[in-house]
Design a protein around this ligand. Structure first.
Ligand code: HEC
Length: 183
């Protein structure tokens, strides 16, 4: 019995050692400051500090990787969060978002922060600086809300009511002649 336990533990140890060979890719995708939300929407310093401390590791291309991101399997799990976080919302690529998408993402920011869903609990556990006080949370939410209002105005100015009758939108679509595919 004792022998079995010993072998099981040795097996687990061997697995952990082998797991270390599978390192995560920590190369951040290029981050163009000109496309960053901070540049484009210039939040007040109090807000940008919170964003940097609590959100940018997963929602930007400026991720910082602490030492434990070298340790598998924790590293795989963290990498997953970063990839998924960026996929949903990437502040480094804010400038590439359409007015409609920007307004929608900002609405999500209000909701996720107000409801306490973000930053993720597993993150604040290891990042005390990302644990938002009630005051920090409302500072962030207030800014998200005010910005959302502005972005909705910009969206609506860009596409007035997106009226279905707005026929001219078809012109471009017609350029895609079916015949062209036959060549
Ligand atoms: C540890 C990584 C991590 C941190 C830190 C983090 N997020 Fe997220 N975020 C995610 C992941 C993963 C998702 C997608 C899964 C989900 O919705 O839970 C997500 C989803 C979101 C979404 C939904 C976007 C959409 O359109 O679906 C918003 C908005 C968001 N996060 C905002 C924030 C804000 C604001 C902060 C900082 C206060 C923050 N997040 C901090 C990982 C993170």
């Amino acid at each position: 019995m004792k022998k079995a336990l010993k072998y099981a533990l040795l097996g687990l140890l061997a697995l952990l050692v082998v797991a270390q060979l599978f390192r995560i890719d920590k190369t951040n995708p290029p981050a163009d400051p000109a496309q960053d939300m901070m540049t484009l929407l210039s939040p007040p310093a109090a807000v940008s500090t919170i964003l940097k401390d609590a959100c940018y590791d997963c929602h930007s291309n400026l991720t910082k990787y602490p030492w434990y991101t070298n340790v598998a399997p924790v590293s795989w799990w963290i990498k997953d969060h970063i990839d998924e976080g960026r996929g949903h919302l990437n502040y480094s690529e804010w400038g590439t978002y359409s007015p409609k998408k920007a307004a929608h993402k900002m609405e999500e920011c209000v909701e996720m922060t107000e409801e306490g869903e973000m930053p993720m609990d597993s993150y604040t556990w290891a990042h005390p600086e990302a644990r938002l006080t009630a005051e920090q949370r409302s500072t962030l939410v207030d800014w998200f809300k005010a910005t959302h209002t502005q972005l909705v105005a910009i969206r609506d100015a860009a596409a007035p009511e997106a009226a279905p009758e707005a026929a001219p939108a078809n012109e471009e679509g017609n350029e895609n002649h079916e015949g062209e595919d036959k060549n």
